[in-house]
Design a protein around this ligand. Structure first.
Ligand SMILES: [Zn+2]
Ligand SMILES: [Zn+2]
Length: 174
């Protein structure tokens, strides 16, 4: 995703583009059929790029769908994700991504007469994957004993199931 500085006019550059999931070549798991966590749509980018004296700013939004297993019952859940980006690029000052947590601004370097947003955008996509996904707030999860999906069935072994760690405590004579 390379942009020549000369393409950025004084009024800015509105970049609307998309990529196939396999554009994420650094994380092939995300577009491999059969993986638990997988991108299921195109990656869409809607970005405003402006140039100042000695810096370039990129503001905008990404949009794509990802399939996740529910953290409790493991059923697949499809989520639309739209991370916002606010990036300031400066010429070769410091290499790598730096995040200002207070303002949510990222900083990167560029060299020469063009910027390349590819690696940065791939990083944003990994960074914004949710850690915990539930198919429903009240998901009942899997029975810890027989593995049945408790949203779909009442296996019956749940009622007298005792965590083995507590079972050990119960046998202690007080
Ligand atoms: Zn669930
Ligand atoms: Zn059970």
């Amino acid at each position: 995703m390379k942009i020549k500085l000369s393409e950025i006019l004084d009024s800015g550059l509105h970049l609307v583009t998309s990529r196939e999931p396999n554009w994420l070549h650094n994380i092939p798991e995300l577009f491999t059929e059969g993986e638990d966590v997988r991108i299921t749509s195109e990656l869409s980018f809607d970005l405003w790029i402006s140039k100042g004296t000695g810096y370039v700013t990129v503001d905008g939004e990404l949009l794509y769908s990802v399939l996740f297993p529910c953290s409790r019952c493991l059923s697949p859940v499809e989520l639309k994700i739209s991370p916002r980006v606010h990036l300031v690029l400066s010429p070769e000052v410091n290499i790598g991504v730096d995040v200002d947590c207070k303002t949510g601004t990222d900083y990167e370097a560029y060299s020469g007469e063009q910027i390349d947003l590819g690696d940065y955008m791939r990083e944003v996509i990994v960074r914004d994957l949710p850690l915990k996904v539930l198919c429903a707030e009240q998901c009942r999860g899997l029975c810890p004993e027989c593995g049945a999906n408790l949203n779909e069935t009442q296996c019956g072994c749940g009622s007298d199931w005792v965590d083995p760690r507590f079972e050990a405590l119960k046998s202690l004579k007080v």
